[in-house]
Each structure stands twice: as C-alpha cells, then as structure tokens.
Design a protein around this ligand. Sequence first.
Ligand code: GRG
Length: 278
Amino acid sequence: MNKINFKKIFRKEKEKIECTLKNFLMLRCQRSQPLMLAMRYAVFSGGKRLRPILALLSAQVAGKENKDSLYCACAVELIHSYSLVHDDLPAMDNDAFRRGKLTVHRKFSEHNAILCGNALLVKAFELLSRVDKSKVKSIFSEITQALGVLGLIGGQLQDIDLSKKNLKVNPSTKTLLSISNKKTASLFKAASKMGAISGASNKKKIKALEEYGRNIGLAFQFIDDILDKEGFYRLLGKEKVVSEAKNLIEVANQKLKIFGRKANRLYLYSEYLLERIN
Ligand code: GRG
C-alpha cells in the first residue's frame, strides 16, 4: 500500500466520521441557539480527526469495523473537542485562537463555552450508550479511565500547576512525560482500544492495539512539541525529540507484528504522523 492509497483511505475514514458527527449534532428543534451553534463550531472547525481515524483503523485491524466502531470513534472526537474548548478558557490557557479561528469562548461567550464543553461530553456518552450490550461495559471502563484524574483531567491539572511554577523552574523530563501520557497519550490509547474492542473480542489483539495507541499518542505529543517549539522541544532540543518520536513509533509498530499484513493501514498511520515534521 503506498502513500497515495493511504491519503485515499484517510479521506474515506474522515468522511464517515464527518457524516456521523453531522447527523448526530443536527439538533433540529434548537438549531440556531447559541449553545448548539457553539457545539457545531467546536466540532467542525478543521480538526484533523486523528483519534477517530485511529479508532476505525484499529477496529479494522483487530477484526471488522461496524456501527459500534463509528460510535466509539465519534465519541472520542466529541471528547477531544470538549477538552480543547475547556483548555482554551480564561481559567485554563486563555487562548483567543484555535486552528486560526476565534476560540469558542471568544466567539460565543464564556458561559456558552463552558456549557458547550459539558454538552459535548454528555453527547459523547449518549453515543457510547448505543454500543452493543456485550461491549458497552468495557468501552465505558476504558473511556472513563482515560478521562479521569489519572488521565486528561489529572494531566490538565498538572500542566496548569507547572505553568504557574514555570516562571521559576524548568520542568523535568519525568514531569513532562507524566503530563503528556495523561493529557495526550491516554486519549489515543482509548481510541485504539475502544476501536479494537468494537471490532474483535480477542484479548491479545485488543492489548496489542492498546499498546500501539499509547505509544503512538506519546509520539504524537513529541511531534506536536516540535511543530509548536514547546514542551519537549524546549527541554531537549529538536534532534533528541525527533529521535525519541522515531523510537516511540518503532515501539508502536512492533506491537502490530501479530497482525501481519492486516496492520498495513496502521503502519501508514504511524508514517503519516512522522511525516508532519518532514
Ligand atoms: C475531557 C474529561 C475531560 C477533561 C478535560 C481541558 C482538559 C480536561 C484537558 C486538556 C487536554 C488537552 C487540551 C490536550 C492537548 C492535546 C493536543 C496536543 C491537542 C491537539 O490535537 P490535534 O492536533 O487537534 O489532533 P486537531 O486540531 O487536529 O483536532
């Protein structure tokens, strides 16, 4: 499979995700209310959809993609969108722009942004509640772990504490790793594991894809830091961070060995992430 094919695959997966999200966020009766507009603005403003694509590819590699895979993929993207809306708030990063556009609180006001984030999280769980009875429990368990104090919420708090202290001290690699594992890698890990659970019931396959997601998620953060000249980039310098990202991607790819050629799409996904810095 070559790069052109992968672009095609990527586009196809993205279309499925856009279509499901659009249908799901078409709240007919209240279409023009500021809250609904804010929710759609948050979700449809040019995100790359990396996490839901990972969920769908994981389902395909583990076994077979189905309706549940799409629910998991879209729920993860709604949660990602929620986390960005709240991350931008004045009490957090206080950002005016995201993806080149005004942040949700700047465009729709702060209270709408807070409620928009909350509503997106609730919507994500509404989608997940549609998953088949036999899988819904393990999927809920995975996503709640990823979001809790040992995941996104804990990582966000650690990050805020750090930025307050940062004027005086530089973070250690250990602290940055802990934040990145919680804030970023945990949602990638949840995406690949939930996708895998939706597509198969073989524990070994699910574990391998969970490990792939965790490593690729951390690699994504290293790469993001290089692009933004922040975090690991500032701490370790470009050369070291590129080399660490490559190592992590290598480790992630090793986890795919058990799938043989069926994992080709995920090898290309790994390559795609790395290409962002080339
Ligand atoms: C979700 C329960 C819950 C709590 C939220 C606010 C918060 C707690 C966490 C913040 C997490 C955060 C902002 C992590 C940053 C991760 C990151 C590098 C995002 C950028 O990802 P891309 O490049 O984004 O995939 P696009 O724009 O493509 O969607």
